[in-house]
Design a protein around this ligand. Structure first.
Ligand code: PGA
Length: 249
């Protein structure tokens, strides 16, 4: 049984006070049953959010592909493990596009996180151009092949399918597109050596309370990576609740 997971990706939003209020608003109302959730605040707020909500609910938005090298501004997996974060997002399309993080960098980030006991949330997804050319499965498969080289069934990795054209656009992928891709990802991760049936595959891209239940009703969707809607406690809670009711036995 895969326990649904909802992760909030706050990106570069917030302040100390907003982070505190947001987390307090979620914790005050969540019933903590049957659904796992967490938040990925910007680096400067990691410590305060960790203190507020505990290690099990906090992730980083990225991690360096190196350890102990002179990289100004980077944060290593060793440091994140030292703080106690549980997850690190890697391969987000914003970082692939704007920070030039290639498939091989993403593969190194996966390794660094795993070596420190941090669960990578590996983001994969195609651009609109690639989908229009019918290349979406090929693109996602090749991102997986690169990031999961040498994968073992014990890897505690989470995958997030995030079609680039659905991120922050208000356009959510159609359920049939999401299910088809998630099923392909599950097959691919099994072929690459991981335990496909146990791997959490999240959907990301304009997830909102209004569309969450339809997405979570899909067999191979195990939760969501939520950007914009995770900045509002009520909306984030409603998405958690949608997972709870869609996945109830
Ligand atoms: P969005 O972002 O929910 O605002 O589309 C998702 C993400 O980038 O992870």
């Amino acid at each position: 049984m895969r326990k649904p997971l909802i992760v909030g990706n706050w990106k570069m939003w917030g302040s100390r006070e907003k982070a505190k209020q947001l987390v307090a608003g979620i914790v005050a109302q969540d019933s903590d049953e049957n659904v796992d959730w967490g938040v990925c605040p910007p680096f400067p707020y990691l410590t305060q959010v960790l203190e507020q909500v505990g290690c099990d609910r906090v992730g980083a938005q990225t991690v360096s592909a190196d350890t102990e090298v002179p990289h100004t501004g980077d944060v290593s997996a060793t440091m994140l493990a030292d703080l106690g974060v549980r997850w690190a997002i890697v391969g987000h399309s914003e970082r692939r596009a704007e920070r030039g993080e290639s498939d091989s960098v993403v593969a190194q980030q996966v390794q660094c996180a795993l070596q420190q006991g941090i669960t990578p949330i590996l983001c994969v997804g195609e651009t609109l151009d690639q989908r229009e050319q019918g290349a979406e499965e090929q693109v996602v498969r090749s991102q997986l092949e690169s990031a999961l080289k040498g994968a073992e069934s014990s890897w505690p990795l989470v995958i997030a399918y995030e079609p680039v054209w659905a991120i922050g656009t208000g356009v959510v992928a159609e359920p049939y597109q999401v299910q088809a891709m998630h099923a392909m990802i599950r097959r691919a991760v099994s072929e690459l050596g991981m335990a496909g049936d146990d791997t959490l595959i999240l959907y990301g891209g304009s997830v909102k309370p209004e569309n969450a239940k339809g997405l979570f009703a899909l067999d191979d969707v195990d939760g969501a990576l939520v950007g914009g809607a995770s900045l509002d406690a009520e909306a984030f809670l409603a998405i958690i609740e949608a997972a709870r009711s869609a996945k109830a036995l």
